[in-house]
Design a protein around this ligand. Structure first.
Ligand code: NDP
Length: 279
């Protein structure tokens, strides 16, 4: 019988803890503040930004909202980031991705001060993670570590296989698992004999972006499976990169979609905002 890793419950517990921390900061006269920038009207981005604002409200973090038109130029966006970098009242800056095509995302990410980089995407934050120094960590992989630890999954010495090597999930995930002393293998679209590699995993982390691709034959009996993928099927039902219905019974623990990794991403963003006060 497998155990469900309840990301919703774990993220709620984390947000309650953060609320307590923010109350304590406010009692000292410090109010954490997150600036959220959205360019354009992409419906999914609008939902994400609203969820982030709601989480700020729940925890007591002040949020400043900049909803800019699609026609905003890169220079205008960079000027706003400069202004927010210089504003001592703003602790964190989040630019919702993706940006419209005429704006260079890398230039925007690099313009955010690493001290306010709550998404953990700035090259300095990524470099700090790589060499084990202090800095913000990308929220989804940081949330997965939190999920594993709070579910009492032992990481040290375990075989961990990650499928996916993106800058926001796969790569930072591999560095975090290494930091936790797992033996780490990273797979991608050119990996040969994927099933043979994934079958070695005590902990299998899946971030491919292909609905239900991972079936039981990819999974070692009793493995812990973390599904990062999120897809909306016809009829609006959500699913992950893992075929939950056939895989779950072969695992010891697994995250559902929805209600697994997703809620942790926002909770870790909130944690980064609270931590940004002392960065
Ligand atoms: P990317 O598309 O950036 O990366 C996908 C990775 O999967 C790539 O490294 C790619 O390899 C690899 N891949 C693609 N096809 C295969 C295959 N057939 N076999 C093995 N590897 C393959 O995706 P992201 O990392 O941004 O996101 C992954 C999933 O997680 C998506 O569904 C996304 O929506 C979801 N997501 C969920 C979040 C949450 O909060 N729950 C947050 C972020 C993402 P290669 O590098 O060779 O192309």
């Amino acid at each position: 019988m497998y155990q469900l890793i309840d990301g919703k419950a774990i993220s709620t517990a984390l947000k309650e803890e953060l609320k307590g921390k923010v109350d304590a900061l406010k009692a000292q006269g410090v109010e954490p503040c997150l600036a959220v920038i959205l360019v354009g009207e992409d419906p999914a981005s609008t939902v994400y930004v609203n969820n982030k604002k709601k989480a700020c409200e729940f925890i007591g973090i002040k949020s400043l909202s900049y909803e800019l038109p699609e026609s905003t130029t890169q220079d205008e966006l960079l000027a706003l980031i400069d202004k927010l970098n210089a504003d001592d009242g703003v602790n964190g800056i989040l630019v919702q991705l993706p940006l419209p095509k005429h704006i260079d995302e890398d230039a925007v990410i690099q313009a955010i001060s690493p001290k306010k980089d709550v998404d953990g995407f700035h090259p300095q934050s990524v470099g700090a993670l790589c060499i084990g120094q202090k800095g913000f960590v990308s929220c989804t992989p940081a949330g997965i570590i939190e999920l594993l630890k709070r579910s009492n999954v032992e990481i040290e010495g375990k075989e961990c296989v990650i499928i996916g090597r993106s800058n926001i999930v796969g790569k930072p995930m591999s560095l975090l698992m290494l930091r936790e002393n797992a033996t780490v293998t990273v797979c991608h679209s050119r990996t040969k004999n994927l099933k043979e590699v994934t079958k070695r995993a005590d902990i299998l982390i899946v971030a491919i972006g292909k609905p239900k691709m991972i079936t039981a034959e990819y999974v070692k009996e009793g493995a812990v499976v973390i599904d990062v993928g999120i897809h909306r099927l016809e009829g609006k039902k959500l699913c992950g990169d893992v075929d939950f219905d056939t895989v779950a019974e072969h695992t010891s623990m697994i995250t559902p979609v929805p209600g697994g990794v997703g809620p942790m991403t926002i909770a870790m963003l909130m944690k980064n905002c609270v931590d940004s006060v002392t960065m």
